[in-house]
Design a protein around this ligand. Structure first.
Ligand code: HEC
Ligand code: HEC
Length: 481
């Protein structure tokens, strides 16, 4: 059962003079949580401290729309080059941008459930490629209390205050999440992190994954990757920025390359432009159409779509953190098995999300089998495949699934040879109890009318389309912005 997400008090601070400091402190924390504290906070401190807290969410939204794009730092500039460098893949044909296409909201523009990688571009990826947009405030992975701030946050506020005062101690690390025994799991929830299963604690951690994965960029070893970085046209920039020793060990060189990739994704505004029609609406610059408004209402209504429970549509109360349409938490929604993924031809193979096969540290945490991270819905309308296994191909189909999974399961799951419905067919029976059946719209029983009518589903989809980046008030959407 999902409790409506409460932003951390530090994020939800009212517009008091302290709000600016707290918000800055939190921002500095979020930016630095996954990187070296000293470098990142030094880069953001002066500008952030000078910005007063906007009084209302509308003003904050408008300020974001009007803000000039800041130039990239030298490190992020190296990150940009690495992001687009196809020579870093075994095939010589893949860069980060191949799968995370900047012209399609940093996600694939094609309709393949999973993309192809490896040496000969014939190896299927394991999961649908998520968009890289709107991750800049994503917290590091943790398992902890849902609503109350944890020790890390208190430390982070202190840490950011120290950084601002120039007294930061360089080696304070953010605690890595520890998985606790099952008995203690009742009050705590998994949240944050990267990848569908949250296995990469932060963006810097994440970057190594694709570069070394055999079905993606397929470097055979860290040493091989080091050699490629050393030969890259931006090697001289790396020497200059990270010192003459940078290429003497692969852990040093790769660490800096991953850090540069993370910084690029955080700094470059194309990863978080906040310029959808919905943002113009929040800034009180445009109206939503009647249909879009109906869709928004259904999206929020706890008895109808109830979508906003997990895909949060509101900014933080002080307006500093715009809505990103995810609470960063994990759920088991029991997407149907996707036969387009070849691994699924083996009836014994299951992608269990948090408890494996790629995530290893929670393999025994059986109450998390089937759990996947709630993705942002910004730019969802630019995608051609949905959910972790890419089983759905349109937003209409997704919303139909939400309201019909329990009321009409025979539409979504196949029958076995015995004629029996194989409900939740992509999850072994032992884990069916993990599937969310308490939150609307999953709480309607078989045969009951679905929570949304066909017309209402169209309204919700019309609303979702207002979340595409690159909207301009004249009604024109700039694709690929
Ligand atoms: C062959 C396609 C492919 C390439 C190339 C690729 N990725 Fe990905 N990326 C994926 C897939 C698939 C996932 C989801 C993996 C999972 O959940 O297990 C992903 C996930 C991510 C995520 C996590 C997003 C989230 O929602 O949590 C980040 C960040 C990311 N990739 C960055 C990169 C970077 C940086 C590069 C280049 C070094 C890169 N990717 C190259 C396919 C690719
Ligand atoms: C209980 C939390 C929860 C609720 C309620 C919820 N979602 Fe989701 N949503 C998720 C999770 C978790 C996923 C990813 C599931 C997976 O891949 O297995 C997801 C995935 C999606 C996706 C696919 C996005 C992508 O990039 O693949 C769309 C679209 C979506 N939800 C829309 C909605 C709409 C519309 C509603 C309301 C009708 C809704 N969601 C209600 C948690 C929720």
């Amino acid at each position: 059962m999902k409790i409506r997400f409460q932003p951390h008090p530090a994020l939800a601070a009212s517009a008091s003079p302290r709000a600016a400091i707290l918000a800055f402190a939190t921002l500095a924390f979020l930016l630095s949580a996954c990187d070296r504290q000293d470098k990142v906070s030094a880069a953001v401190a002066p500008a952030a401290a000078a910005t007063p807290a906007p009084a209302t969410a509308a003003q904050a939204a408008l300020a974001r729309l009007n803000a000039p794009a800041a130039p990239l730092s030298a490190v992020a500039e190296v990150g940009r080059k690495i992001f687009n460098d196809q020579s870093l893949s075994a095939s010589g044909k893949l860069s980060c941008a191949s799968c995370h296409n900047p012209d399609n909201a940093h996600a694939p523009a094609n309709g393949l459930a999973v993309q192809l990688g490896g040496m000969h571009l014939q190896a299927q990826g394991g999961r649908a490629v998520p968009s890289l947009r709107y991750h800049e405030h994503a917290p590091a992975f943790s398992i902890g209390p849902d609503t109350k701030p944890d020790e890390d946050d208190k430390g982070a506020v202190l840490q950011a205050a120290e950084a601002k005062a120039g007294t930061a101690s360089p080696a304070r690390t953010v605690a890595k999440a520890t998985l606790q025994p099952a008995a203690a799991m009742q009050e705590v929830v998994p949240q944050g992190g990267f990848d569908w299963d949250g296995r990469a604690t932060n963006l810097t951690d994440q970057a190594g994954g694709p570069l070394l994965a055999a079905n993606e960029m397929a470097n055979k070893s860290a040493a091989q990757l080091l050699a490629k970085l050393k030969a890259a046209p931006y090697a001289k920039d790396m020497l200059q920025l990270f010192g003459p020793a940078v290429f003497t060990s692969s852990s040093l060189a790769l660490g800096e390359a991953y850090y540069a990739l993370a910084l690029y994704q955080k700094e470059d505004r194309s990863f978080h432009p906040y310029d959808s029609k919905y943002d113009y609406y929040l800034a009180e610059q445009v109206q939503l159409s009647e249909q879009e408004m109906r869709g928004l209402k259904l999206f929020k209504d706890p008895k109808k779509g109830n979508c906003a429970t997990c895909h949060i549509e509101k900014p933080s109360r002080d307006g500093h953190f715009p809505p990103v349409f995810t609470d960063y938490q994990f759920e088991a929604l029991a997407a149907p098995r996707n036969k387009a993924i070849l691994a699924n031809r083996d009836p014994k193979y299951f992608d269990l999300g948090m408890c494996g096969p790629w995530r290893k540290d929670a393999a025994k945490q059986l109450n998390y089998c089937g759990y996947f991270k709630t993705p942002t819905l910004r730019n969802a309308a630019t995608r051609q495949v949905y959910f972790h296994n890419g089983v759905f191909h349109s937003l209409e189909e997704v919303v139909h699934f939400y309201v019909e999974r329990e009321t009409k399961p025979e539409k979504w799951y196949p029958r076995g040879k015995d004629g029996k419905l194989n409900k939740y067919d992509d999850l072994p029976a032992a884990y069916h109890a993990n599937v969310d059946v308490t939150d609307a719209p999953f709480d309607n029983k078989a045969g009951a009318p679905p929570a949304l009518t066909d017309d209402e589903i169209k309204d919700v989809v019309a609303f979702l389309k207002t979340l595409n980046d690159g909207y301009r008030p004249e009604g024109k959407t700039i694709v690929g912005k």
